[in-house]
Design a protein around this ligand. Structure first.
Ligand code: FAD
Ligand code: FES
Length: 265
């Protein structure tokens, strides 16, 4: 099979997360995949899109898709029993072992929670290996919140905190920016941090974390760039000398900082 060969996966469950986002569970053999990797989904006549593996359990892969254009629009009508065409997994993974014996802090903004969900589950399943696990999630509004059932479970099992940008009468917890959650928690300077979210959020979080004494070498970010091939040949996804599809999407912040903060790179 060549690098662009497609496989077929059957949808066993498809449901709405919120007004613009759907989650699909598909039967797909991913035994060597790791949390942080992504899949290229093909929509006939429309093209391909990279989508993070949001979870994988017992032969079932979960993907969460925000409907923003042609390819992702296809998922709006996907239903149980449909076949999806895809290739992958691609990319690297979250380096969970770097946090063994330390505090692990997972910071997710908006749809970024899709890229951290699996690593949250993995960390929880090995809870004893960390000094502590703290998970911070920022969503724009009450209606944007993802994975409501999983969040209830995570809140019971670990220190999981959610903040909304916009207040809402249905919400009696924190309102503000995710950087405020970072500010309000005691963080060990040796903590290992995983972040996924929009670029401005990632940059603001890194700034706040470094002000609290966390080393940039201990911060890992998952990046999104436009992709075509996903195998390091077309150059669409490059950030400086790095291919986000092949060297990433997870990067050590200290390694990409220069290119990440440079305009036009
Ligand atoms: C490694 C990786 C993992 C991703 N995981 C997910 C995921 O789990 N769920 C999800 O919903 N989306 C994810 N995305 C983003 C997703 O791939 C794009 O939203 C999708 O390709 C858009 O395709 P489209 O044809 O629907 O829209 P288009 O018509 O191509 O684009 C619609 C809008 O989205 C913007 N856009 C398109 N691609 C990207 C991109 N890669 N990064 C930022 N903006 C983009 C365009 O500039 C445009 O404004 C991921 C992207 C990458 C690189
Ligand atoms: S998407 Fe082609 S090089 Fe990364």
């Amino acid at each position: 099979m060549g690098p662009y060969s497609l496989k077929v996966a059957r949808v066993i469950n498809a449901y709405r997360e919120n007004y613009n986002t759907v989650t699909v569970d598909v039967e797909f053999d991913l035994k060597d995949a790791k949390a942080g990797q992504f899949i290229m989904f093909y929509a006939f006549g429309r093209g391909e899109s990279p989508i993070t593996i949001a979870d994988y359990k017992n032969g079932v892969m979960t993907n969460t898709i925000r409907i923003v254009g042609d390819v992702t629009g296809y998922f709006e009508s996907v239903k149980k029993g449909d076949n999806l065409y895809l290739r992958g997994p691609y990319g690297n993974s979250w380096p969970l072992e770097k946090a063994f014996g330390k505090d692990l802090v997972i910071v997710s903004g908006g749809l970024g929670l899709a890229a951290t969900r699996w690593i949250i589950e993995e960390a929880l399943s090995q809870k004893d290996k960390f000094k502590k696990i703290l998970s911070l999630y920022g969503a724009k509004s009450y209606d944007d919140i993802l994975y409501r059932d999983r969040i209830k479970y995570w809140e019971k099992e670990m220190n999981f905190q959610t903040i909304l940008n916009i207040s809402d009468e249905r919400w009696n917890k924190k309102v503000g920016l995710i950087t405020e959650l970072i500010e309000n928690n005691d963080l060990d300077e040796d903590s290992v941090i995983f972040i996924c979210g929009p670029d401005p959020m990632v940059k603001a979080c890194v700034e706040k974390l470094t002000l609290k004494g966390v080393k940039k070498e201990n911060i890992y970010v998952s990046l999104e760039r436009h992709m075509k091939c996903a195998v390091g040949t077309c150059g669409h996804c490059m950030i400086g000398p790095y291919f986000v599809c092949k060297n990433g999407p997870v990067f050590n912040y200290s390694e990409i900082e220069y290119f990440y903060n440079k305009k036009g790179v």
